[in-house]
Design a protein around this ligand. Sequence first.
Ligand SMILES: [Zn+2]
Length: 84
Amino acid sequence: MTDSDICALCGGKLLEGFTELVLKAGDELAVIKRVPALVCKCCHEAYLTPDVSERVDQVMREYRAGKRLARPIAAGEVELEVSG
Ligand SMILES: [Zn+2]
């Protein structure tokens, strides 16, 4: 463990996990799911590693260039699991 495993916002511990990114490509929004990230276990802020950031940039370049097809999502799509 190093200082880089500590959340810059709240000082919480970062754990390996996944996050979702919402990125703008022109007038469209692209959602990238299951992006590997370090996620703060306290405030859930997600931190991308330089490698992952680079990969996301590459995917977005391909998306903007029309080389990558996006699965359409409904605006306002909500998934909420209520237990109990
Ligand atoms: Zn935090």
